[in-house]
Design a protein around this ligand. Structure first.
Ligand code: SAH
Length: 250
């Protein structure tokens, strides 16, 4: 008898944004394999489980994906409830498919519990909808990051054609990201907001036009950060300008 591996979304950070199903599975888990981004107050729900950290922050040392797949298979052969806990939603930039495929081909039962992705955490904090009547009818989630050995693709084109774009893992290469977006035809004045540590205590947000993105991203601290881009953020940008003016004339 082998156990089940549950790929569970931990949400963007705040523990009370976890789903009830995720919390129940964490309490039941025999062993939890988690990403570096998952906060301790979420992990502590898995009080009877062994906790194994398997990566991954910004190229820092982390377990290789094949090794993680192997660990999950081995754990399912030994335990009834195995949880693979991932930041945000497992099915978005979480390498879930590789784990699902490896587990299924090893004959192991696998289930997925969705979580709130970082984009939804950030957009709620900003009180600015990703879509807006008359302004934005399309949203694209993308990352400029290509995995080692993966073929580079033209990620910037969909960012230029969607009304609203959410860029994951873009903050650290903001100069190259800005250049690629400008080359793809995004106007230099397109409003952006950089959100660090969405839903977490250290949350911060900086509005900027695209041409100021690299300078703005240089202010990101240790937390994970997203870039939101589109005309829906024009009001955020105007509000930031007004604050700046007030500071200048104070
Ligand atoms: N599966 C996750 C994304 C994993 S990729 C999800 O659905 O959210 C990791 C990237 O997500 C980070 O580099 C950052 O761009 C973004 N991210 C994750 N948590 C975040 C947070 N609390 N605030 C801002 N960005 C976050």
């Amino acid at each position: 008898m082998t156990g089940t591996v549950h790929l569970v979304g931990a949400g963007p950070g705040a523990a009370d944004l976890l789903t009830l199903r995720a919390a129940r599975l964490l309490r039941m888990a025999d062993i939890v394999f988690h990403d570096a981004l998952v906060p301790d107050d979420i992990l502590s729900l898995a009080e009877r489980a062994r906790h194994v950290r398997v990566g991954k922050r910004c190229g820092a040392h982390s377990a290789r994906q094949e090794d993680i797949n192997g660990l999950l298979i081995a754990a399912a052969q030994e335990h009834e409830t195995v949880v693979r806990l991932k930041g945000g939603d497992p099915m978005l930039f979480g390498r879930a498919q590789e784990e699902i495929d490896a587990l299924r081909s090893a004959g192991i039962d696998v289930q997925v519990v969705p979580g709130i992705t970082a984009a939804f955490g950030a957009t709620s904090s900003l009180l600015q909808s990703l879509t807006e009547r008359g302004l934005s009818r399309s949203v694209v989630f993308l990352t400029p990051r290509t995995g080692r050995g993966a073929v580079a693709c033209d990620w910037a084109r969909p960012a230029a054609t969607a009304d609203t774009a959410v860029l994951y893992m873009a903050g650290r290469d903001a100069t190259a990201v800005t250049a690629a977006l400008l080359l793809a035809g995004v106007p230099a004045s397109r409003p952006c907001v950089v959100v660090e540590s969405a839903t977490l205590p250290g949350e911060r947000a900086w509005p900027t036009p695209l041409h100021g993105l690299a300078r703005t991203c240089a202010r990101i601290g240790d937390g994970p950060a997203l870039v939101l881009m589109g005309d829906v953020y024009a009001d955020c940008l105007a509000a930031a300008d007004r604050t700046l003016e007030r500071q200048q004339f104070a």
